[in-house]
Design a protein around this ligand. Structure first.
Ligand code: ZN
Length: 262
């Protein structure tokens, strides 16, 4: 056991070299190795080829079918996707159309509502104007002088007001009413009674001419007679009586004043 013999074994020339990958084929044996390898490879190829050849139709059919199926599935999915998208678009479009239509209907309804309210308001104004025209009061005669009042006169009750006026002066209905008397009556001479819309009854007496008949409808200002001097009269004048609700006569002066007629 000397150190020289140990080193002699472990320091053999050619042993200390860089490691190599894989086994090194001796140069002299290379062609000898390759030949059997090539033959084996050829055999393997042949065997594989035969295997492939035998199973080829099935394999190709299967893969083709799978590809076709996949393609069909993909196409179907794409079709579904496109169709769904189109349906969504159609639904969105229909929803938009419905919304627009709903807005139009709402606007039309609002316009009709406004027009209806305006028409109703106009009808109310028209009815109010018609009512005011129907219920307005006008003087029985124009420019006549008040000469004698309501009350006891020469031991006798004078139930009206007298207005001196030339014979033939037009005498008007004071408002809307109905003629309830038209004719001669002792003392009054030619007399016209009108019952107005509010129930008031007026008497016109000593008339020279009567131009209406019982039952006639008269309007405010309508000429119903001409003044005169008929009956118990001391001179041409209009005798006017006012009977609220057709009852007893009252002093016409305050009534005329209250109705803006004096
Ligand atoms: Zn009188």
């Amino acid at each position: 056991m000397s150190s020289s013999s140990y080193e002699g074994r472990h320091r053999a020339p050619g042993r200390h070299r860089a490691p190599r990958r894989g086994a090194r084929i001796p140069v002299g044996l290379k062609s000898g190795f390759l030949l059997p390898s090539a033959a084996a490879a050829a055999l393997v190829v042949t065997a594989s080829g035969a295997t492939v050849a035998e199973s080829a139709p099935t394999v190709f059919d299967l893969s083709g079918s799978v590809a076709k199926t996949r393609a069909a599935n993909a196409a179907a999915a794409e079709f579904d996707r496109v169709e769904s998208e189109q349906q969504r678009e159609v639904q969105a479009s229909a929803a938009a159309t419905r919304a627009t239509e709903a807005q139009r209907i709402a606007r039309d309804a609002e316009r009709r509502s406004i027009a209806k309210k305006q028409a109703a308001a106009a009808a109310v104004r028209k009815a109010e104007a018609a009512r005011k025209a129907r219920e307005k009061w006008v003087p029985a005669i124009a420019g006549a002088a008040f000469t004698s009042g309501f009350g006891w006169r020469w031991g006798k009750m004078h139930e009206g007001n007298d207005f001196a006026t030339p014979v033939g002066t037009p005498v008007h209905s004071m408002s809307t009413g109905t003629v309830t008397f038209a004719g001669w009556e002792s003392g009054y001479g030619n007399k016209v009674e009108i019952t107005y819309w509010d129930g008031t009854l007026s008497v016109y007496a000593h008339l020279s001419s009567i131009q209406v008949s019982v039952g006639d409808k008269v309007d405010p200002g309508e000429v119903v007679a001409l003044s005169g001097n008929t009956g118990h009269s001391t001179g041409p004048h209009l005798h006017l009586e006012i009977h609220p609700n057709g009852g007893a006569a009252i002093d016409p002066a305050p009534w005329l004043h209250a109705h803006g007629l004096q």
